[in-house]
Design a protein around this ligand. Structure first.
Ligand code: KIV
Length: 263
């Protein structure tokens, strides 16, 4: 069983961490069998599975619904759940209650929170009630409206310094790992080398201690445009369409079910 401490040990040993998102029971089983280190029930759920245009609309109830399905299928990887937008920002007590629900009702072993600054204070409080926290800096999709779109962050020296300072503040607060999303590879290298906790990159280059991808992207289920940082290891969307068409054709031609499928 992988724990937050395992990931820190992996960094010390120079072993790369392979993380993926999961939103349902079969995916949790498949990725457990595949040997993933971390499964994240990300709030990308909203875009990948629920058809929203951003992660902002995702609710606690939706997260819990999908988290429970994943926790029934997972065996081995560390299970991390995203805290959705406005579930932790408004009030510390609410943040503690919501994180507690993800752990107690949903079966998460840790929660992920986006942002630096005040997020470090929330992380400190969550640790007091024994909830491990993963940080998330760079392109933080819950801030898409303030950021003005899904853009690479930390390109200029001022914003790069802010990301590095935030990373150090999160580490000091006790977060056990840090997602770096869409930042230049050089900045990710600098952050990674200055932290004891592992960095997990998505669109952050090769120097991070681990990588995470949205599983539907790696499987080629999601519809393009292909993002620069995504590698499609399969083309399951095409396979799903062609197999569905084959079934429909056979039904329409009276070829399915055949004698072997009948009682
Ligand atoms: O919501 C999510 O899936 C994420 C990962 C892409 C890091 O935050």
């Amino acid at each position: 069983m992988i724990t937050p401490q395992t990931l820190i040990e992996m960094k010390k040993k120079g072993e790369k961490i392979a993380a993926l998102t999961a939103y349902d029971f079969p995916t949790a089983q498949i990725l457990s069998e595949s040997g993933a280190d971390v499964l994240l029930v990300g709030d990308s759920l909203g875009m990948v599975k629920l058809g929203y245009s951003s992660t902002i609309s995702v609710t606690m109830d939706q997260m819990l619904h999908h988290l429970l399905a994943v926790s029934r299928g997972i065996s081995g990887p560390l299970l991390v759940a995203d805290m959705p937008y406005l579930s932790y920002e408004i009030d510390l007590k609410e943040a503690l209650v919501n994180a507690g629900r993800l752990v107690k009702e949903g079966g998460a072993q840790a929660v992920k929170i986006e942002g630096g600054g005040f997020v470090a204070d929330i992380a400190r409080e969550l640790l007091k009630i024994h909830i491990p926290v993963m940080g998330h800096l760079g392109l933080t999709p819950q801030s898409v409206n303030r950021l003005g779109g899904y853009k690479v962050q930390g390109r200029d020296s001022k914003s790069a310094k802010k990301i590095l300072d935030d990373a150090k503040a999160l580490e000091k607060a006790g977060v056990f790992a840090l997602v770096l999303e869409c930042v230049p590879a050089d900045l990710a290298r600098k952050v990674t080398s200055q932290l004891q906790i592992p960095t997990i990159g998505i669109g952050a280059g090769i120097h991070c201690d681990g990588q995470i991808l949205v599983s539907d992207d790696l499987w080629g289920i999601s519809r393009g445009p292909d993002l620069k940082f995504v590698k499609r290891y399969a083309r399951l969307r095409e396979t799903m369409i062609s197999s569905s068409r084959a079934y429909m054709q056979e039904v329409r031609k009276g070829k399915f079910p055949g004698a072997e499928h009948s009682f």
